[in-house]
Write a protein that binds this ligand. Structure first.
Ligand code: ATR
Length: 291
């Protein structure tokens, strides 16, 4: 046997992971997961996959049939992923959205949703914020909101208000989750003019550089404002919150890291160091690295 044959026969197999979305070019998930792999000494590859609408099931089936180990799912396929898998975790079932797929020992596809856990971890680490007995306002009632309401309610806020341009969508989400805690819904113009402890911005308006018009009374001296979008510059919502003197204003980059870390844990059984990762990706960030 030649030395090159010998090398290829003994080369360790590398586990394959990917993120699926459309668009996908902007995704930071490969960089994040490859850093986590470095941190934990895990051997894996992680790539981006652009998938056309209608091609989701075929792509996922082929990926796993070829030995793929796990997928992250992003816009617009989180609902398709929910319909595709054989079993859903509780959070994924209640959110009707899946952002992480893996196979169990029997080859069943399991769909999880780590977005809400990611948000909660980042709120505690970046903002040192405990949700219990706090007043929370969520702006927006799309897929992002669906993924975070249940984990937030488990932390027992005194009230959770969902406000949306289309009030009926906010009402539908509030009704869906009202067994889990005190959750109300309203239109944007009906938002109570009182300070909230936490305002979470979860619309897609910022993607087009637009801001949602909000009453300034929702910000008091102790209000934290959190944009679920992430960007190297302040988003329109963050600019608005800073102009109105919110106590803390952050974007969703910490949530992105934390939801990725939870997916990594599901797949590999190892917890990456998200504080170090935060510092690595944003060395100039004024916020301290996570504990
Ligand atoms: P995602 O999965 O990112 O949440 P989505 O499900 O399409 O995306 O939801 C987008 C959210 O942003 C919705 O709450 C939408 O409001 P409507 O339900 O009324 O459509 C909100 N949104 C988008 N652009 C907006 C704008 N310019 N002003 C206010 N809300 C906006």
């Amino acid at each position: 046997m030649s030395s090159s044959e010998n090398k290829s026969n003994t080369e360790p197999h590398i586990d394959q992971y990917a993120v699926i979305g459309n668009p996908i070019e902007h995704s930071k998930s490969p960089d994040i997961h490859l850093l986590f792999a470095d941190q934990t000494g895990e051997q894996l590859n992680y790539k981006k996959m652009l998938v056309e609408e209608g091609a989701f099931s075929q792509t996922v089936t082929t990926f796993f049939a070829n030995g793929g180990k796990g997928l992250n799912i992003t816009v617009p396929f989180k609902n398709d992923a929910c319909a595709f898998v054989d079993e859903l975790t509780e959070y994924a079932k209640n959110a009707s959205a899946v952002n992480t797929i893996y196979q169990d020992d029997n080859g069943k596809f399991i769909g999880a949703n780590t977005d809400g856990i990611g948000l909660l971890r980042d709120l505690k680490k970046s903002l040192r914020l405990q949700i219990i007995n706090k007043k929370i306002l969520i702006i927006g009632a799309g897929g992002a909101t669906q993924g975070i309401v249940e984990p937030l309610l488990h932390e027992q806020p005194s009230e959770l208000v969902i406000a949306n341009r289309t009030a009926s969508k906010a009402k539908a989400i509030a009704e869906h989750f009202n067994n889990f805690g005190n959750v109300k819904a309203c239109a944007l113009h009906e938002i109570p003019k009182q300070p909230f402890d936490l305002v979470l911005h979860a619309t897609s308006a910022g993607l087009q550089g637009n801001n949602v018009e909000l009453p300034t009374e929702i910000i008091g001296p102790n209000t934290c404002c959190y944009d679920l979008l992430y960007s190297d510059q302040d988003t329109p919502f963050m600019q608005w919150a800073k102009n109105n003197h919110a106590r803390n204003v952050v974007d969703g980059f910490g949530m992105l890291l934390e939801q990725a870390a939870e997916a990594f844990y599901i797949w590999r059984g190892q917890r990456p160091d998200t504080g170090m990762a935060h510092h690595y990706f944003r060395p100039d960030s004024k916020s301290k690295p996570h504990l």
